[in-house]
Design a protein around this ligand. Structure first.
Ligand code: SF4
Ligand code: SF4
Length: 221
């Protein structure tokens, strides 16, 4: 999701790689869980998040949508995000004890927080959001440990590919004026990468790249 702010306004002014240490670790906050409340539609999910949730919760995309997710337009595409509970404003996965009930399968954005991704061309680096988490002082932690995601290099390559694909889809949508084609393009992304079930007993990445290649061929054709 694009944000119209300068990096200087929201960060410590530095950009990081996964092997860098950063002051992001809030473990001694005793789980204040403020980052799980009032987040609106900002926790946007990527296909790997859905694969993880499908496998972890044994729920299909449709079932997740009925219970925990919602759809919103992000940069001209309809994408899923975590839905905050209407009455309380907190994430539906936050339990009574103020803990994440899906910790092992939590989405990439939750794993990052209070870090964010700063995209430059086809690459990205991490940055520390300095106004989002009230807990101070935070401890230093290596980013790859904080993100807690297996096969991090492959994951980061996937993140780059996915971001670059979304960008090309957005550019394509902006280049056409036919409303129906715009709707169909957005629906195609949603159906191909989210609604079409993943085999959660098989590796995610080959399944993703198969779909990505199909989509690119369509786009080029
Ligand atoms: S998924 Fe877990 S970590 Fe993410 S906002 Fe919900 S409760 Fe918090
Ligand atoms: S990241 Fe910040 S807001 Fe979230 S649980 Fe830790 S201290 Fe609380």
């Amino acid at each position: 999701m694009k944000r119209n702010v300068s990096l200087e306004e929201i960060s410590d002014g530095r950009l990081y790689r996964s092997n860098d240490m950063v002051k992001a670790d809030c473990h001694d906050c005793k789980g204040c869980s403020k980052c799980c409340r009032g987040m609106g539609s900002s926790i946007v999910l990527d296909p790997y998040d859905i694969y993880r949730l499908n496998g972890g919760l044994k729920l299909s995309f449709q079932q997740l949508l009925e219970e925990y997710l919602e759809l919103n337009v992000v940069d001209h595409l309809t994408l899923p995000n975590i839905r905050m509970v209407k009455e309380t404003g907190h994430c539906g996965f936050l339990n009574q004890e103020g803990r994440c009930s899906i910790h092992s399968w939590r989405p990439g954005i939750c794993r990052l927080f209070p870090l964010g991704r700063y995209y430059e061309g086809k690459d990205f680096r991490y940055f520390l959001q300095v106004h989002e988490c009230p807990h101070e002082p935070k401890s230093k932690v290596k980013i790859k440990k904080w993100i807690d995601t297996p096969r991090l290099k492959e994951y980061e390559t996937f993140i780059r590919e996915w971001h670059s694909f979304l960008k090309s889809m957005e550019e394509y949508i902006l280049s056409i004026s036919d409303e129906e084609e715009i709707r169909n393009t957005s629906l195609y992304v949603l159906m191909s990468f989210y609604m079409k079930p993943y085999d959660t007993n098989a590796d995610f990445y080959p399944q993703f790249y198969f779909r990505l290649n199909q989509a690119k061929q369509l786009l080029e054709g």
